[in-house]
Design a protein. Structure first.
Lengths: 124, 124
DNA sequence: ACTTGACCTAGACAAAGTCCATTGTAGGAT
DNA sequence: ATCCTACAATGGACTTTGTCTAGGTCAAGT
């Protein structure tokens, strides 16, 4: 546990945030000015490997990092402003895929992304 | 309808393919050598706007373009080789999101990506 | 003190996509 | 037939996101 890794972990802790790698880097620099981009990327990669943090790809721009890795959840994304909320759908989406639709695949995970407009974007 | 747009449409037609923009460009160049990358991107963007083609983002690398836009479906992706199959899960995933989990959003769409191993990658 | 190895840094590099100024073209107006 | 205008296409520069590499630093063990 080095100073750099502690800073990255601190940045992700706290709110239910979904930061991009660059945002993590920017906040880390605020606490530890000499931290480099490569170190942030490396540390995020390690946290993902350890299962402490999830990668979320709700758009095709930057990956986002979700510290809420221990409770299974899906994401709800505003198509306009990009706001992201964690949500917990009912039912088991994996079970909804019939054997006939599995084409012999060993299916092990499912990601669900709900898209719509958040209250402020829908009101505007 | 120009020659360039016809060529892009032809490339996407046919099989149930999921090509990246670069693959579309490569195949378009084979038919019309002077077509430029920008034109392929523009044309793909127009086809997406018209609802004739879907953008699929199963990985964080290139977007893929799915000509099967008229029948709702989801995707099953091999985590190892990247193979993509169209699948049709049972049930209505949109309905699985309770009102209490919508946070006031107007939810209009849902994307489901199943991940696993295809038969050849699972066997190897 | 020297070696070793893990970690960090800066910057170069790569892939995917977008933007922009210029050039080309097709159809209508004169 | 020629000109005009609007739209489309082109090539290349640029941006964003992420990875890689070569070298430097530091602490622990011998």
């Amino acid at each position: 546990m080095t100073a750099q890794r502690r800073v990255v972990a601190e940045v992700l802790d706290g709110d239910h945030v979904h930061l991009t790698a660059d945002e993590v880097h920017a906040r880390a620099v605020a606490k530890l000015p000499e931290i480099s981009r490569a170190t942030v990327y490396n540390t995020l990669g390690e946290l993902v490997s350890l299962g402490e943090v999830l990668e979320v790809a709700t758009d095709r721009r930057a990956k986002r990092y979700d510290p809420n890795a221990h409770k299974p959840h899906q994401h709800l994304v505003c198509a306009q402003c990009g706001a992201i909320r964690d949500v917990h759908p009912a039912g088991n989406p994996l079970g909804d895929l019939p054997d006939a639709e599995r084409f012999g695949f060993v299916v092990s995970a499912v990601e669900v992304t709900y898209r719509g407009l958040c209250p402020s974007c829908a009101g505007a």
